[in-house]
Structures are given as structure tokens and as C-alpha cells.
Design a protein around this ligand. Structure first.
Ligand code: FES
Length: 114
């Protein structure tokens, strides 16, 4: 029984992968990173990092290139807005983007896709 719990605990652990150095992403900015072949938009709000899908669910606009106000990113193609912490559309639309866990370890931003 104890071994089974250990296996379940291990399987539930997020698999964090290094994305970039903290110094590579100034506060208030976003950038695209590739994590295990997935394009992820990474944002820095005063040292708090948020990661979400880079592709806008409307027509695939590159969200990492959108305006970022510290909480919301605006898609550069048609202006849809998303809360980068929750993935919810900030303007009430029925769109949502996946968001991913982040952490900082030894000056590196790490992201877990699951
Ligand atoms: S592609 Fe993002 S709003 Fe249209």
C-alpha cells in the first residue's frame, strides 16, 4: 500500500522544465518559450511569473507579443484580452487559454505543463 501511494505521489508531481533565466525577462514584458515542443507565453509581473498558451484561441495570435499590463495580455491581432493567471477572457468572452505552473529555482524560471 505504501509503495502505491509513493507511485501516485510521484505521478501527481508537476514536471518543471527550465524556460529561461530571470534576467532574460524584465518585469512588465512577455516572451515566447518552447517547453517540450509547446509554445508558451511567459510574462513577468514584478518578479511573479505567469505562463499560458501562446496561441490565442480566436485565430492563433501570438499572445507573448501582446501588450501586458501586469495581469492581462491583449492579443496583438484582434485585441481579445486574457487574465494570465487564470486564463479566463478578461472581457467576458467565452474563450479561455491554458495556464501553467511556474517557479523560480536558482535564477531560472521553470514551467510545468501538467
Ligand atoms: S487571434 Fe487573438 S484576438 Fe484574434
Amino acid at each position: 500500500m505504501r509503495g502505491s501511494l509513493a507511485v501516485l505521489w510521484f505521478l501527481a508531481m508537476p514536471n518543471f522544465v527550465s524556460a529561461c533565466s530571470v534576467s532574460e525577462l524584465p518585469s512588465g514584458r512577455g516572451r515566447t518559450v518552447s517547453i517540450q515542443g509547446v509554445q508558451v507565453a511567459l510574462f513577468n509581473n514584478q518578479g511573479t511569473f505567469h505562463a499560458c498558451a501562446n496561441s490565442c484561441p480566436h485565430r492563433g495570435g501570438p499572445l507573448a507579443e501582446g501588450d501586458f499590463d501586469g495581469a492581462t495580455v491583449t492579443c496583438p491581432w484582434h485585441g481579445f484580452q486574457f487574465d494570465v493567471a487564470t486564463g479566463q477572457a478578461a472581457d467576458g468572452r467565452a474563450y479561455r487559454i491554458p495556464v501553467y505552473a511556474t517557479r523560480v529555482v536558482d535564477g531560472k524560471v521553470e514551467i510545468a505543463l501538467a
